[in-house]
Design a protein around this ligand. Sequence first.
Ligand code: CDV
Length: 307
Amino acid sequence: MTRRIRIGGAQMGAISRSDSKKEIVDRLIALLRQAGEKGCELVVFPELALSTFFPRWYAERDGMDGYFEDGMPNAATLPLFEEARRLGIGFSLGYAELVREDGRVRRFNTTVLVERNGEIVGKYRKIHLPGHAEYEPERSHQHLEKRYFEVGNTGFQVWDAFGGRVGMAICNDRRWVETYRVMGLQDVELILIGYNTPVADSLSGESETLRMFHNHLTMQAGAYQNSTWVVGVAKAGVEDGHRLMGGSVIVAPTGEIVAQAMTEGDELIVADCDLDRCRYYKSHIFNFAAHRRPEFYQRITSQTGVE
Ligand code: CDV
């Protein structure tokens, strides 16, 4: 029996501060229906797909709570869950999560994995939070994820779903080799990643081309070195004067890009992903059991910064 699954990467264009939750969810549903027409069984939505990328603005720590969801699904997102179940399509969805846990209010940058029957089967809370926690006047835009979110507490798990082994990561996580390897060691076959990446870093002066190269380089390397499919999906375009990159891709376990977005707007990319293609490298050049030497990797878990 083939384990081929048709996957849609649902890149989104910009979301402005003034857009209502209903307008945003309607756009997600439109992308989902397009995916249904193309025969997709799984749709990957971006990081923070229900709001503008609010960490670019400074406020009190609870000053952005209006952009957070305090349950999933909730009244605003239920129509998306219902339409997905009606169409028999699963999806991953990134959003800002507000939860009462351990007797206090906690805020995470979260993605849920929803199976074709509408059930949430996995939840990942972003671990590598980029940026800073206080206002930094030298920047043209802030990146305050460390202010508004806590480091995720789910770890990098892998779930049996969609006929394979599925993991998730969020945006900055894609740049870290550890993200992929921890899932690789759990036999991951498909990693779903949403991102919001500014085209410019006001401190480094890197070109847009170089930043797009790094976007793809990290996901292609992660796919190849762990012999897994990777789906990376952007929220792109100009949000209230701040431009985010597109470049959403579906990457094969060989590291090759098999589908890529061409715009910075709402755009669906599609690929047929045969999960059995993961098996070749997993049993040859990246046969971990045969070739890894963890006795020489201790620094990776015992040490954080350079010593
Ligand atoms: N949302 C992100 O995590 N963005 C970062 C930016 C700040 C570099 C990223 O790694 O794309």
